[in-house]
Each structure stands twice: as C-alpha cells, then as structure tokens.
Design a protein around this ligand. Structure first.
Ligand SMILES: NC(=O)c1ccc[n+]([C@@H]2O[C@H](COP(=O)([O-])OP(=O)(O)OC[C@H]3O[C@@H](n4cnc5c(N)ncnc54)[C@H](OP(=O)(O)O)[C@@H]3O)[C@@H](O)[C@H]2O)c1
Length: 223
C-alpha cells in the first residue's frame, strides 16, 4: 500500500489532495489545524492536528509515525501574506509570518520526515510552491509571498542535492491559479481542474526529475 502525508489538508487544494489519494486507495495522513473538517471522507485516512509552525508538534508527529514509510510527502500549507504590495507599506510582521509558514515550516517538515520518505518505495518530497516564486517570471510586487516561494524553491533545490544518498525525488510544483480561499473567485482553474492534474504529475515523477520545478500540467517552470 502507498502512503501520502499532506499538510494544510482541511480546505482548498489540501482537502482535494486528501480526496484524490484516498480515492486511489492510498493511506492518507491528513494534517490540519482543524481536522474535524475531514470527517466523512471515504478511505484510509488518518487525521492529525498540526499547526505547521509548531515544530515540537512536527517532531512529535514524526516520532508517532516512525514505523511508517511515506511515499509522497506534500508540503501544501501556505498563506498569501496579507501585505500591501507597494513600496512604502512593507510590513515586517507580515514578512515574518509569511516566511515562517511558507518557507521555514516546509523545511522543518522535510527535516522531520526525510527518513520516512527515504524508506518508502516512491521517495517523493513535494513542496507546493508558486509560479509567483519564479524570478524569471517576476513582474510585480507581492514581495513577501513571491520571496517566500522563491526561498522555498531554493530549499528544495538544496534538498535535491543533500538527499542524493537517500535517492529522494525532491520537486516543487505550481498548482495553477486556482479558485480557493487564497486564489479567489477570479482564478482560472477550479480545484477539480488543478489537483487531479498535480497528482498525475506527482505519479509520473522519476529520479531524473529530482530538483525540478513543474507546473500543474507537467510543463517545466524556469527558476
Ligand atoms: N490557490 C492558488 O491559486 C495557488 C497558486 C499557487 C500556489 N498555491 C499554493 O497552494 C497551497 C495551498 O493553497 P490553497 O489555494 O489551497 O489556499 P487556502 O485555500 O487558503 O488553504 C491554505 C491551507 O493552508 C493551511 N495553513 C495555513 N497556515 C497554516 C499553518 N500555520 N499550519 C497549518 N496549516 C496552515 C490552511 O489551514 P487552515 O484551514 O487551518 O487555515 C489551509 O488548509 C499554498 O502553499 C499556496 O501558496 C495556491
């Protein structure tokens, strides 16, 4: 049986990742701050209450699951950072929070669970990043969010080298602009158009994809 662990699993993209993997017959470890929202979804789903910036809780969960092999770890939890995006309005508190959730927390997850992933069959360490983190594509503000995702990408690139002995496949993925609380109603994709496509990309990842940045449709995004 294959196993996936997903953070930020109670709504948005995370909730649909839970549904997609459960429907495929995978064991799903669904981590959320409010896991009650996951009640009633059919499948082999184990819920865990997790605030991703509570690093003692992250380590405790890793200990609790120490006997498990995790084929796919999806660091999905993230925030948009409610910053005023113009110069003159940079808010240090927003920056710190955005980096804490979007950048530091995924790395702490990766550190805590690297051996769970390494002992699995698939060995895939996935971060849900954003095209807005691509320096090549940068054309506007959103400084905190963009920079937090650029830094996340750099972390994953580093992990792709540092875990070479464990033969992990470390990949960052852009889910598209999706109609979630974060993406808003104007977004071009529905959750149903994004998440199954992202799952297909993850399914197809091979060792040669280690250290790459992919769009939800499988095309590559320049750093
Ligand atoms: N939607 C888009 O267009 C889009 C585009 C590019 C990238 N992304 C990325 O995709 C991921 C999911 O976004 P989404 O669109 O599904 O956003 P969303 O609907 O706002 O959901 C965000 C999820 O992250 C969780 N979360 C936030 N802070 C957390 C924390 N400190 N601890 C634990 N969980 C936390 C939330 O949990 P609570 O329910 O407890 O708040 C929620 O489940 C994010 O990393 C985002 O940056 C989204």
């Amino acid at each position: 049986m294959s196993t996936v662990l997903i953070t930020g699993a109670a709504r948005g993209l995370g909730l649909d990742f839970v549904k997609q993997y459960a429907a495929k017959g995978w064991r799903v470890h669904a981590c959320a701050r409010a896991p009650d929202a996951l009640k009633g979804i059919e499948g082999d789903i184990q819920t865990h209450r997790l605030e991703v910036t509570d690093y003692e809780a992250v380590k405790a969960l890793a200990r609790e699951l120490s006997g498990e092999a995790i084929d796919v770890l999806i660091c999905n939890a993230g925030i948009s950072g409610k910053e005023a995006t113009v110069l003159g309005s940079i808010d240090p508190a927003t920056w710190r929070e955005t980096f804490e959730v979007n950048t530091l927390a995924p790395l702490m997850m990766a550190e805590a669970f690297v051996d769970h992933v390494a002992r699995s069959k698939d060995r895939k360490l996935i971060a849900i990043s954003s095209r807005l983190g691509s320096i090549t594509h940068c054309n506007s503000g959103r400084y905190a969010y963009r920079a937090s995702k650029t830094a996340l990408n750099m972390e994953w690139k580093g992990l792709s080298s540092d875990t070479a002995d464990k033969k992990l496949i470390c990949v960052v993925l852009h889910p598209g602009w999706v109609q979630t609380d974060m993406g808003g109603g104007q977004a071009t994709l529905t959750i149903e158009q994004s998440v199954p496509s992202v799952v297909k990309v993850i399914d197809g990842l091979r060792p040669a994809d280690n250290g790459r940045f992919f769009n939800y449709d499988g095309s590559e995004i320049p750093w």
